[in-house]
Write a new protein. Structure first.
Lengths: 112, 432, 432, 432, 112, 112
């Protein structure tokens, strides 16, 4: 199994989720993160001075999927997050040795 | 009629100690309004100013600021009862009041001050003695030791605030000169501003200042506090009429106009300079407008107030830049450029717009009969400003240096990094 | 005695411009209460309404709402001083006041309006001119350009609010008809509600509405604001008696009862329909109860107020559903169904429960001697409602269309997505 | 003069039902102040107390607390109108008022109570009937069913609060004994405190108490609420003079002093015991100081208030420890040790410091002529305390047991774990 | 070494920590996350309308442990989080190449 | 490619970022986490009682870098976070199978 980790722009979440649902991928864990990268942050005004805030709020999606679904999933994420503008995000794929569903004790593919 | 008002004002402000038996001589209406005004001025500090400041610091210090404002409220109140009021308002000399009113001696339910109960006058004034040191909290926020802060403020109130109050409102030398300070431009704002500036210099900048941006952690608190300050300021200025009459009403109106004008002006300057109007900008301009109208509020008319508010917005904006960006002095929440400068500006402009000879921009006239021209009045105002500023700055410096030597003013660096809330108070602001 | 009150009321509300020298004729007691009431009504907008609204939007727009309410407070105040008050309350014709009170000309400290200082009456009314446009902010929240919002509100206040105020309280045609509007059912709530509905339609729905849930980001702010609105409304309604007497006391009582009844009713409807009572529901019902009692507050008794509050809870609940769910109009914070509908309902019910012939449910009687039956009064009320609604809707539409053509009403889509706080004001609400 | 005041007080507090026609006999000044005081006491509950409590619970229950306070405000107000006021203040016997004032029968705009409108007196008292049950919310926070809470509070107000009010302020047996309770030490604080203690015992501890720390989720709310409570308490205590005079002013002063002293004392005890002064500590001490001065506020002087405040800080601190740490009773937000104990302590100390024979610590004297020594007065005070405590405790116990049997008092365990906000109200406090 | 990542219901944390402490596993890093999966979210009321909120608040526990302790740790987590109800959570096991303790520079097993 | 995950004290972030920038490593994703470990938490006062709060606020930095830069990056992090006091934090290194830049579709080294 693989862990697909995607860093995306927050407002794209709904589209991504819809697309993944269609693929039958419902399980996912999401965190709010701060991204640093090529995309510029923003400036903030504070009593007559401007400050550059260089992080950008992002969402990190973590999905464990069986190997044969990785490409589909990556495809679906890209399709729904790509705008062509800097900061669209990244996808990382890593290997997962084992998965357990706590409720049943099922493991690996059965547990996803 | 002007002279009637003059006499009333002098009577009320300078020597409010006639004692009558029973309720004879008591004005229920004035009492009703000053009871309310007292509640409003307390409201300015807790929660008004507390929230205004609390939102501006970083999340790790939010409680320390709230704690400082709250504990000052309590401590100054007790000190005022014990001796502060006497030093400010008991019969004394030109410089300081005597000890005849220690522990409010001789002040019963039926003692009057003018036509309101003296207990009420003293409680109303107590809320002024509370907010003045609380204003300074903004200067040394995020790095001063809580214990040192308490001791400093206690001494400061007794040796700076109470005497200056006596000079201006207690029958002291500035009152005799004919200084116009309706609600505390010198007494409150210049003392707090000068104290703040000196405190920021003596205590030193926050670690990381000015390189690291230290942005407000919760502007909803700040805007909430700003609204409360505005509302409470009606008690501060219109309450200083010590009566429910046309003076009070006019003071409320001009207060409101100056606040509005100061706010919109600051917003506009920002909009022009940075391309964006910010909510912190507009509320800061409001405070500038309010601080600046304070000394003038019983003397000027609405058109004068408009000019005063606009001046406040512009001057305080640039002074904030100057102090923080140019001189790199970490008066953290800009107490001096907003309150101190506002107080100075307002005290001077009161000397202009009180004049009855400015057409649309006329005010209600000067207090002292000998003063007949703006120039004369302005020189009195300038004397008041300079004396208050210099006295406050010097004494503040001395107090702080002594406390620093004995106890230390500043928390450990590690405490500053981890935040004062946990280190000084073992609490966290939020766990959402 | 009823006729005395009638005369007083008419005297105070419709033509409050008698000028007396000195403090003769001034009621200190009434002045004390209206000073307080003015502070309370300002408190309704900042921070009351501001927080109420701010909690309801998404976190990325919290400051934009606070900024809109705050800047309107300042801008409307200055406009009121400059010309708004004159258009509303100076002598004029049936439709609008003249220019004799521009810049509060001729209004000094000693000028009276009834038995309070005219500066006070004008400042009290200023706070009404502030909150009315601020109410509309809820309709176009989260998507309107800040600059367009300022310009729209400024024009609207002068061409909608000020004239309608003149119609009803400034001696205009609705006053002459004998319209009952004690504290602003038509003047404040119908104008704000109709304006809100039109604004929502012209500006269009928020991106994603109604599919995406756009839930409140911080209900603690909203409930805080709700409490402040309730308290401040005592100044709004009981202050509209312009006196500290039995009228004011009764107005306060019925205000309180209607708020309570509206709140509990909305909560109950929700509980029955969804199985859960929500805190947003109960506070919304409170606002509905308050908006609805406003025009009636000086005319009805507590049993009438109970009925008015209950009606408000039910009618406003269903209107909210209708507008948002059925018609899919994104009046984002439900200004029309709550304030507009409340104002209409209350103005009509004032015509019923003012009657002295309803036994337990009786009120204090109608204002005009010629009006002797509920039917007659109701037709006056309906005229007032219809005229105010139609006039406001048409003029609002025209103003918005012009501004849209010249400047654009709406922020860029990208700004709407990222939030107005950063894009319009370069600030973030929270960094916890 | 003392006897004049006595008669006035008795007249106002115990039998406020003289009816006069027109505005004859009405004091505008007193009316102005009590209109304000009514707004201030409402402000204590919403948003004051609501925020104070809301900040202290965990984030998942924040709305449930706000909802409980808000819905009680509405429900108690309607019940007070319908029957509560009559049970408390209509002519009746020694134990309870009659039904002659059901639905405020016979109370018109011109009906006076003393020299203020009776509608105003009744509305002022309504705000007391609101806050008393709301205080108890702290005892059963985070686990009581919303429906059970409403029913319990409704019954409790009618069978506990209204009769006890009659005993003390409605001309009942405690009034006749000469009990000193100026603003509600017995009526409000002891009833709420005793009710809270019993409720905590009957409902049982929160899951995890006392092992798991259940820390405040947002102390900025709590400190905000604390400031509002302090300001509002001016209306509570100084408003209880029912006049704008020296009594009211003195009540305001001593209230302020006791709050300050209680706060600083609690802070100091904490500082000594734990090495840190906390902001929750200082505000809790403030509430203790305020609760304790309440019954005494019209009778004592500032030096007495200082002693009362200091005692409050110490005694309530240790009682909090005792109840929660030693007896492991989960009176979750410490209602009994702060309000109940404060009310008891204050009622007793009122019997001491009202004496005119304590030199600097003297007060204004006892109410009843027959009472000439502190000892005599103390035994009356003790009787009042004991009777109120026992009656409240027993009746509260019975009500709760019945509701528990019929409906259940406590939410499901799962609801308690996931939080009441979602489960009971389908809302979340924050989504930042 | 292995990274054990567990997604659990927040209120189970105390029990899990107690059990892990007993095993001598004290180090752990926790994040608040939003979970999507089989477990239904909740509904929220908003002025007369009900909305379905489909995420569920979860905690993500990350523990790096030596390989031989993985089973013990997984066991302990399961024992203290399993209720048998949908949404009990998942455990993912992945490989860690290297661990460094910043303070000392110790690496791998020594660094845990 | 490798994922370098560092758990650090929050106030060290600025120094770390500066050092990484100098190395030319600009991309990074950061989360706020709660750490449990050897470092003691703090006590909190609550109405006359003291409670021990045993977690410590930390930042989790996640950086995907090419294998040859791992050492440099680890070095830079250590240099800028080590104080020698308990709680300085940990670094974990894991393998990443694949990286995609959403905007361009570039993969692996090109995508970082
Ligand atoms: N090397 C990296 N390691 C971890 N996260 C990264 C890395 N580079 C970028 N990111 C994450 O991806 C987000 C988008 O990257 P950025 O460089 O801004 O845009 P793009 O991927 O379009 O070039 C960043 O905000 C950050 O969260
Ligand atoms: N494929 C997945 N990848 C990542 N996280 C997942 C995945 N499936 C479920 N989760 C996480 O596990 C949690 C529990 O999963 P859920 O399907 O609701 O219950 P259960 O595991 O009992 O079947 C989810 O809320 C989500 O955080
Ligand atoms: N085994 C582990 N797995 C995951 N994270 C850990 C582990 N041990 C420690 N951590 C993280 O590293 C941080 C620092 O660890 P700690 O033991 O306190 O200090 P040190 O690394 O200096 O010995 C912890 O707060 C926690 O976030």
């Amino acid at each position: 199994m693989k862990m697909v980790t995607a860093i995306i722009k927050p407002f794209k979440l709904d589209d991504v989720r819809a697309a993944l649902s269609e693929l039958g991928v419902a399980g996912m864990t999401i965190s709010e993160v701060k991204g640093f990268g090529r995309q510029k942050g923003h400036t903030e005004l504070y009593r007559g001075a401007e400050y550059v805030i260089d992080f950008v709020p992002k969402l990190k999606l973590e999905l464990v999927v069986s190997e044969d679904r990785v490409d589909q999933v990556v495809e679906a994420i890209i399709e729904n997050t790509r705008s062509g503008k800097v900061g669209d995000g990244k996808i990382f794929i890593t290997s997962v040795d084992q998965v357990v569903r706590i409720r049943t004790g099922e493991t690996d593919e059965d547990a996803i | 009629m002007k002279s009637t008002r003059l006499i009333t004002l002098l009577g009320l402000l300078a020597t409010p100690f006639s004692v009558l038996a029973g309720n004879e001589g008591l004005s229920g209406a004035n009492t009703a309004w000053i009871l309310t005004a007292t509640a409003l001025v307390l409201f300015m500090t807790i929660p008004g100013l507390s929230l205004f400041y609390a939102g501006l610091v970083r999340a790790k210090n939010v409680l320390s600021v709230l704690m400082q404002c709250f504990s000052l409220t309590c401590l100054m109140s007790l000190l005022w009862l014990i001796i502060g009021y006497s030093l400010a308002f008991a019969d004394g000399n030109d410089w300081v009041g005597g000890l005849s009113k220690v522990m409010f001696a001789g002040i019963g339910e039926d003692t009057l001050s003018g036509d309101i109960p003296e207990t009420l006058f003293a409680t109303f004034q107590m809320t002024f003695a509370v907010i003045t040191p609380a204003l300074m909290v903004g200067a040394f926020a995020e790095r001063m030791k809580f214990s040192a802060m308490l001791i400093f403020s206690a001494i400061w109130m007794l040796v700076v605030y109470a005497p200056v109050t006596h000079w201006v409102w207690g029958g002291g030398w500035l009152a005799n000169l004919g200084l116009l300070d309706f609600a505390g431009g010198t007494v409150v704002h210049i003392t707090a501003g000068a104290g703040a500036l000196v405190a920021a210099l003596v205590i030193g900048n926050r670690k990381g200042f000015p390189g690291t941006p230290m942005l407000p952690h919760n502007l909803t608190l700040t805007v909430t506090g700003a609204g409360m300050l505005w509302v409470g300021w009606f008690g501060f200025n219109a309450g200083s009429a010590l009566a429910a009459n046309g003076d009070a009403a006019m003071a409320m109106l001009v207060t409101h106009i100056s606040a509005s004008a100061g706010a919109l002006t600051w917003m506009t300057v920002e909009w022009v300079r940075f391309g964006k109007p910010s909510v912190l900008g507009i509320v800061t301009g409001m405070v500038a407008g309010l601080g600046t109208i304070t000394p003038a509020s019983g003397f000027v008319g609405p058109a004068g107030a408009l000019v005063i508010g606009i001046s406040a917005g512009i001057v305080c904006f640039y002074m904030t830049q100057l102090i923080k960006r140019k001189f790199k002095i970490d008066d953290s929440l800009d107490v001096f450029p907003v309150h101190g400068v506002g107080g100075i500006l307002g005290t001077l402009l009161a000397g202009v717009f009180a004049s009855t000879e400015l057409g649309l921009f006329s005010g209600q006239g000067f207090l002292k009969e000998e003063i007949t021209s703006i120039g004369q009045q302005l020189s009195v105002q300038a004397t008041g400003v300079a004396a208050t500023f210099v006295y406050t700055a010097v004494v503040t410096f001395v107090i702080l240096k002594i406390i620093d030597a004995v106890l230390g003013l500043r928390v450990e660096e590690e405490t500053e990094i981890s935040g004062l809330d946990l280190a000084e108070h073992e609490e966290r602001g939020y766990s959402l």
